[in-house]
Design a protein around this ligand. Structure first.
Ligand code: NAD
Length: 739
């Protein structure tokens, strides 16, 4: 039989299966891959001349895992069928969603040993395929990565992953790996016993063949009598210590907001009490259940489908030819500039890193040295990578070095005058086609572009800190920004492998403006008499990564005070003073509590430790008893405030794409990911209910909760953002990569 996605050849009794999907840069698991894999397992299992099989990939990576749009389709069919035939619909969903699991089990029990030769990135369903094989050999290559990241899109590994990991690895390590969706390198995967051997990439298949020839047991340990779990069973002394703690950790980490993580824990716990076949059925049942939760649907849409569309340039002007970016200039080698230099050089692009003097520029370059050295220690980079990366960065105070840059990113002090001077100095040497971007966090791009002789080439590229870790980049269009500048910004962000959103110019753009409302709501709660610890806990329980007071300290309270003061000055008589001004003035002006940066803010900092500052009541008064407040309402205040601000920004046309609102909110400031993002949160309850809630909060907590015109209008018909503003799908929306 001829296969489209695989080649199957036999050599000296060994079947060689090479996975190499035509027309794709990455192997993914879709329907046709499942069909063919199913047939291949039958062919190998049924061929008496074959003693064993090696499965590897013909691409640079092994595979990105399952194409989750397949599950989206399955869910659509399920919902369409459910009204007429609920039982049939449920069976269809269960059978459909466990098909991969059954193919892998067939492979595992077909009587022939399979060895996975994993040459590079191996994600999700592909990791589950590797684990179903009878042995695994990984390439000794920095490109090797292995993960089961399904929890990150609201699911869990549903093709045997939960059961096999826990039967192979130590319980604690295994559960952490599953619950965090963490990525392992080859050494880590081997230490966890998820990989048996490593070999140089070029000798990978030979190593797999050698393993087969030396004898690989076609019967898995858990299918043999007397199998014992490596971490001790559930009802073992180790199990008694581990499981109650595991439950507590789950609650601490998720606040029970993620049905996928909860079901994962249940599937593991119950599955480990059973033989493999029943355990896999239990896993499948939980998987089919989780698939139907709104949390999974929202997370798949925002964090898989939309994110990939944005990564692939959904907002890129199609008329502009793709740019080859060879050299990027960075002005300001401070905190942000140094980080931007690192991610740029890491992407193989030459960097000119400029500061006021050589020492300051060198200090910025030293940051890259530090980061790449850390990566080497963790086994994620080699000495050769370090040499190559550092050789790409030229640190200098000399603007002449910018002459042949394709793009310049300015990250000097947040000061109009300083920014004006460097814009003029850079433009004096830049080639006429070069694009100039500012990393400003607050200053409108249109006004900064006034310093430029070519405002068409002027754009905002707003990074988040720490630059090497944060995946979002916010692109800001000034009034005169042209398509070429936008295309360049998006091509650059794609090259450094980050996710872009594109917004129109306004004060605070999108992310900064919304995240400030989260911090503000925390301060308003302080003024309402809510105990500080309760505010912080409710923020995290609502799904935010940190409490609002803690975030205020990180952003810096003096900066917040500066922004409030500037806004007050700009708005003049229109500015409504509130408790926020008093709290910030007390903290910053009177007590010099600036936040983490000077070791004192709402918290006292000592090294890595921090404790809520006991003096908070001196500033805001004695708190009321905790039971004077409803926890659910406090949680809602945080999410409603941020979602409402997003709806306003959408109405003002600063945000124009629902996908960008959602993806930007999760990647930019960690807005409760299980909701799918700020606008999905509103859609989830419906605009009618959301608007009603805003009205209730306006009465109770103040006019900042007043619903905007767009919301009120949508509420009349309970319209949804994703229906009314359905994004246009670009030409390549159908081709997706990985899970
Ligand atoms: P920083 O103070 O750490 O760095 C600024 C650097 O610019 C310094 O090294 C300084 O020597 C240099 N500089 C000043 N004038 C210069 C000149 N004329 N020529 C060359 N270099 C000059 O500040 P930062 O935190 O890196 O912020 C830089 C920009 O990025 C600001 O616009 C800020 O608003 C923005 N931003 C900051 C963050 C953040 O979290 N810190 C996040 C996003 C955006």
């Amino acid at each position: 039989m001829a296969y489209r996605n695989f080649t199957l050849t036999t050599d000296a009794g060994i079947a060689h299966i090479v996975w190499d999907m035509p027309g794709k840069s990455m192997n993914v698991i879709d329907m046709s891959v499942m069909d063919e894999l199913d047939a291949i397992v039958d062919a190998v299992g049924g061929d008496a001349t074959v003693k064993g099989a090696v499965i590897t990939s013909g691409k640079a990576a092994f595979s990105g895992g399952a194409d989750l749009t397949m599950l989206e389709g399955l869910l659509r069919d399920f919902h369409a069928k459910r009204a007429k035939d609920p039982e049939g619909a449920a069976r269809m969903l269960f059978d459909g969603s466990r098909r991969l699991s059954q193919i892998f089990r067939k492979l595992e029990t077909c009587g022939k040993p399979f060895v996975a030769a994993i040459n590079g990135t191996c994600m999700g369903g592909a990791t589950e395929l590797a684990l179903a094989c009878h042995a695994r050999v990984a390439a000794e290559d920095d490109a090797f990565k292995m993960a089961l990241p399904e929890v990150k899109v609201g699911l869990f590994p549903g093709a045997g992953g939960t059961q096999r990991v826990m039967r192979m690895a130590d319980s604690q390590q295994g559960l952490q790996f599953l619950l965090q969706g963490k990525t392992l390198n080859a050494a880590q995967a081997k230490a966890m016993k998820l990989i048996d051997e490593t070999a140089p990439a070029k000798k990978l298949v030979a190593a797999a063949v050698k393993m087969l020839k030396a004898g690989v047991d076609p019967v898995k340990p858990w299918d043999q009598k007397g199998f014992r779990l490596p971490g001790g069973g559930i009802y073992s002394p180790a199990g008694f210590q581990f499981w109650p703690a595991a439950n507590a950790i789950y609650r601490r980490e998720t606040h029970d907001n993620y049905p996928g993580a909860r079901a994962l824990l249940q599937a593991v716990y119950e599955g480990l009490l059973m033989p493999m076949d029943q355990a896999l059925t239990v896993e499948s049942r939980y998987f089919a259940h989780v698939l139907q939760t709104p949390e999974a649907a929202n997370m798949i849409r925002s964090l898989f489908v939309s994110m990939q569309e944005l990564n692939k340039g959904a907002r890129r002007p199609a008329s502009v030819k793709p740019n080859r970016i060879r050299k990027v200039g960075i002005l300001g080698a401070g905190f942000m500039g140094a980080g931007i230099a690192y991610v740029t050089a890491k992407a193989g692009i030459d960097v000119v890193l400029i500061d006021r003097d050589q020492a300051a520029a060198d200090k910025g370059k030293a940051h890259s040295d530090e980061l790449v050295s850390k990566a080497i220690k963790r086994g994620r980079a080699s000495e050769a990578d370090k040499v190559a990366l550092l050789s790409r960065i030229t640190a200098t105070p000399d603007y002449e070095a910018l002459a042949d840059c394709d793009l310049v990113i300015e990250a000097v002090f947040e000061d109009r005058e300083v920014k004006r001077v460097v814009t003029e100095k850079a433009e004096a040497v830049l080639k006429s086609k070069a694009i100039y971007a500012s990393n400003t966090s607050t200053l409108p791009i249109t006004s900064l572009a006034e310093a430029s002789k070519r405002p068409k080439n002027f754009i905002g590229i707003h990074f988040f800190s720490p630059v090497d870790k944060m995946m979002l980049v916010e692109v800001i269009l000034g009034k005169k920004t042209g398509d070429k500048a936008l295309a360049m910004a998006l091509d650059y962000i794609k090259a450094i492998k980050k996710t872009p959103i594109v917004v129109n110019d306004s004060r605070g753009f999108y992310t900064s403006r919304v995240v400030m409302t989260y911090i503000r709501e925390g301060l308003m709660m302080l003024a309402d008499g809510v105990p500080a610890a309760m505010i912080e806990n409710c923020g995290r329980m609502a799904g935010m990564p940190v409490g609002p007071l803690s975030l205020g300290d990180e952003v810096a309270l003096d900066l917040a005070w500066k922004i409030v003061s500037a806004t007050r000055k700009d708005l003049g008589v229109k500015y409504v003073e509130g408790p926020l001004d008093n709290i910030l003035e007390e903290m910053v002006v009177k007590r010099e509590r600036f936040g983490r940066k000077n070791g004192k803010g709402f918290y006292d900092y000592q090294g890595r430790d921090k404790k809520l500052w006991p003096g908070i009541p001196e500033v805001v008064g004695k708190p009321k008893p905790a039971d004077a407040f409803d926890v659910e309402e406090l949680k809602q205040r945080f999410l409603v405030m941020q979602a409402l601000e997003t709806a306003r920004i959408f109405e003002e046309n600063c945000l124009t794409d629902v996908r960008e609102a959602d993806v930007g909110s999760i990647l930019g400031f960690g807005f409760a990911p299980f909701t799918g993002g700020t606008l999905s949160y509103i859609d989830g309850m419906g605009t009618a209910a959301f608007t009603e809630l805003c009205r209730k909060f306006t009465k109770k907590w103040g006019p900042r909760f007043k619903p905007n015109r767009l919301l009120k209008e949508m509420a009349k018909t309970d319209a949804r953002f994703y229906e009314r503003f359905a994004p246009e799908k670009g030409p390549d929306a159908g081709e997706r990569e990985a899970a």
